[in-house]
Design a protein around this ligand. Structure first.
Ligand SMILES: Nc1ncnc2c1ncn2[C@@H]1O[C@H](COP(=O)(O)OP(=O)(O)OP(=O)(O)O)[C@@H](O)[C@H]1O
Ligand SMILES: [Mg+2]
Length: 247
């Protein structure tokens, strides 16, 4: 369903503050330019996901998890290598990606729908159900910049999952939902799983990974540290870790 062949994603990191226009012009005249270095967020990564699998993606901050989901969602292109994908993808990337914060929730539903390939009329039919699932209420006509993080996540999840996606991609966003919403979204994800959707979930919460996934990909510095059945990988990654916040 998803296949990555030797995928590298390289970013250019500027090493100085962005100069003022004058400084830039002077440097340009002196042919000095801004200094960059290259950084591989994903390094020659090969991996595939079969239809119906729920794969968890774990690893430390900066490991490349969001970058991986973005190349799969085709939001960014690999610098090298190839990503193949079958079916309709519903991406829920990092919080707020895909939203225009100046537009209202309602307008964003249409915007997101368009990205997922639905017409305005299609989305108009779905709107009530989406608003209902999101629990956003009257805020649906307020600009998204007035939403709390949880509200943004709820609306994003409600839109992306209103139809059963063939491939569902979730980057962390559910973590900011309250307990009630997490229940609701976990139930919906389980239902998709049972009916054969392919799901990719990034989470820093071992409990969610264990509850949802059958296979786990552990990334570190853009390469695969370990991949395998959920119990096996989680055992190594976070062996029965109690929450660091528990007493
Ligand atoms: N647009 C970009 N330009 C430059 N560097 C980037 C860009 N996007 C990501 N990176 C870098 O790539 C690396 C991987 O980032 P990524 O967002 O994939 O990490 P992550 O595993 O999702 O981390 P987190 O757990 O914090 O969400 C980081 O070092 C980050 O600084
Ligand atoms: Mg991330």
């Amino acid at each position: 369903m998803i296949q990555l062949d030797q995928v590298t994603v390289r970013f250019r990191i500027p090493h100085e503050r962005i100069p003022t226009f004058q400084e830039y012009a002077i440097r340009w005249l002196q042919r000095r330019g801004v200094r960059y270095s290259n950084f591989n967020a994903l390094n020659n990564l090969s991996f595939s996901v079969d239809q119906g699998e729920t794969v968890g993606v774990i690893g430390p901050n900066g490991a490349g998890k969001s970058t991986l989901l973005k190349v799969i969602a085709q939001v960014i292109r690999p610098t090298q290598g190839r990503v193949r994908l079958r079916g309709r993808v519903a991406p829920l990337l990092e919080l707020g990606a895909g939203f225009d914060y100046e537009m209202t929730g309602r307008e964003n539903v249409f915007l997101n729908g368009a990205v997922l390939g639905f017409s305005r009329r299609d989305m108009a039919r779905r709107l009530d159900r989406i608003v209902d699932f999101s629990g956003i209420g009257d805020f649906i006509d307020a600009p998204v910049r007035t939403y709390s993080s949880g509200m943004v996540a709820r609306l994003g999840f409600a839109v992306a999952t209103d139809v059963q996606p063939e491939v569902l991609i979730i980057d962390e966003v559910l973590a900011v939902g309250d307990a009630h919403f997490q229940q609701k979204s976990a139930a919906r994800i389980r239902k998709f799983r049972q009916s054969g959707s392919t799901i990719l979930v990034v989470s820093h919460n071992p409990a969610s990974i264990k509850a949802l996934c059958n296979r786990v990909l552990w990334l570190e510095r853009g390469v695969i540290r370990l991949v395998g059945p959920v119990e096996q990988v989680m055992q190594q990654y976070a062996p029965d870790a109690p929450s660091p916040f528990s007493k």
